[in-house]
Design a protein around this ligand. Sequence first.
Ligand code: 4NP
Length: 156
Amino acid sequence: MIKILFVCLGNICRSPLAEAIFKQKIRENGLESKILCDSAGTANYHVGESPDPRTIEVANNHNVPIQHFGQQFKKHHENEFDYLIAMDYSNKSNMIRELGGESNTLFLMREFDPQAKGEDVPDPWYGGMNGFENVFQILDRSTDEFLHFLKEKHNL
Ligand code: 4NP
């Protein structure tokens, strides 16, 4: 089983949406027995909470089921997941601090975005629904490419 953890700051906007979108792609590709994914936040502000209502709304708008309870990213996750996917550079540096150093399991989500490789997935928290729709589009195409990468790399 290949295990993926998507990570943002609060674990109520970007990473649970990445998780939900990726889970749907895993199902659509019949890969439920090969790939699993989860999400976490580097901060502890929203531990135990459901995704932000705007995250749920944008997922619903695209018929993507979403259910998650916030959890904080911790060092032990490095041993439990094969890929740690940070939404932005700030998340990545917070993760490196928590891990006590760089990790070859750590990637940025938009390393897989064919349109803007390596940029941040913007934090939509202070904006309106159009920011969430923008995040959805970024995550949809980045997770497509990421799934393609996994299929090639692991012969799925
Ligand atoms: P996320 O967005 O990191 O994509 O879940 C945020 C959620 C909450 C906060 C910041 C960003 N916050 O400051 O509470």
